[in-house]
Design a protein around this ligand. Sequence first.
Ligand code: FES
Length: 108
Amino acid sequence: MSYYQRHLFVCLNQRANGEASCADHDAQAAFDHCKSRVKQLGLAGKGGVRVNKAGCLDRCAGGPVAVVYPEAVWYSWVDKSDIDEIVESHLRDGKVVERLVLPDAVGR
Ligand code: FES
């Protein structure tokens, strides 16, 4: 068994050159909300869920973006209720939130 059951990486990158970036979509607020929700639900830590900041994941056109391992499922979201759904459905219950999955074609 791996140290964490699920590991979520949230891109917080801000580009200075005007190109699309996740920080333009308030990724920090989503990250903060996600961390606190995971903690509230008692999911954080060894054998559970870890939420980490990430730099650019090179899929900026879909920003804000995050990826969950070990399933390698990529997400984008609109608001905090979407984050809640990712936390409760995927991170806690192991069910992918299909409506928020980032299409494979989305890149930089
Ligand atoms: S800035 Fe977030 S994936 Fe590139």
